[in-house]
Ligand binder design. Structure first.
Ligand code: DX5
Ligand code: ZN
Length: 216
């Protein structure tokens, strides 16, 4: 069964407490928190003070996805805000190995994210060091976009790399995940499904989370 990680980017920020309570009562294991800087991606979302407050509402895993340039500037700050997993983009890190070691030295799990055009074999010299690979299945910056079908090939290739090395690295898929395509994503080898619009725009978000959890 996949881990379900609802993306709060699609939640109602005026009712954030209620949304968090709903997630706490649901089968979602991770809170997916999207941080955008308006430079790495053409959008600005939310940042440290919001994550700090969300942290006080939940014991579930806070999975922070940084879509920002030079993420090293904020590693400690996100630890303090309560991140359990800190994911950086390979395209935003010149010294990725150093960044990953720093994240882990602070006691967080380290994730590395790939944009749709970035090949999975660019991970071959870092894969053994990381806890999560986040494959973007849309171009990052916005919720509500359509799943890029080519991602299924990337998932299968990455699954092979991870299994060949007998690693526990999790494959997380982010962007355009729906009740229609989730089964094929899990069958391709994904461990974690991020879902924004599918969860928060549905009539019964808790039931939708449960459907995603039991999809395959
Ligand atoms: C996009 C973000 C995603 C986004 C997913 O840049 O990284 O996490 O919130 O939203 P949906 O599930 O609506 O595609
Ligand atoms: Zn994300």
């Amino acid at each position: 069964m996949p881990i379900v990680a609802p993306s709060l980017l699609a939640s109602n920020f005026l009712k954030l407490q209620e949304e968090c309570t709903m997630l706490n009562e649901s089968e979602a294991e991770w809170f997916h928190l999207d941080v955008m800087d308006g430079v790495f991606v053409p959008n600005i979302s939310f940042g440290l003070p919001v994550i700090e407050q969300i942290r006080t509402t939940t014991k579930k895993v806070c999975d922070v996805h940084l879509m920002i340039i030079q993420p090293d500037r904020y590693t400690e700050a996100f630890k303090k805000a309560g991140a359990d997993i800190l994911t950086v983009h390979i395209e935003a890190c010149t010294h990725l190995h150093r960044t990953v070691q720093h994240i882990k030295s602070l006691g967080m799990q380290a994730g590395v994210s790939l944009n749709p055009h970035t090949p999975v074999d660019s991970l071959k010299d870092i894969l053994d060091d990381i806890d999560v690979v986040l494959l973007m299945s849309v171009n990052p910056g916005f919720g509500g976009q359509s799943f890029i079908l080519h991602t299924l090939h990337k998932i299968k290739e990455l699954r092979r790399m991870i299994d060949e090395r007998a690693l526990n690295t999790k494959i997380e898929i982010d962007g355009g995940v729906t009740l229609e395509n989730a089964a094929s994503i899990v069958q391709a080898g994904a461990d974690v499904l991020v879902a924004g619009s599918t969860v928060f725009k549905s009539k019964d978000p808790k039931a939708t989370i449960s459907q995603l959890k039991h999809i395959a």
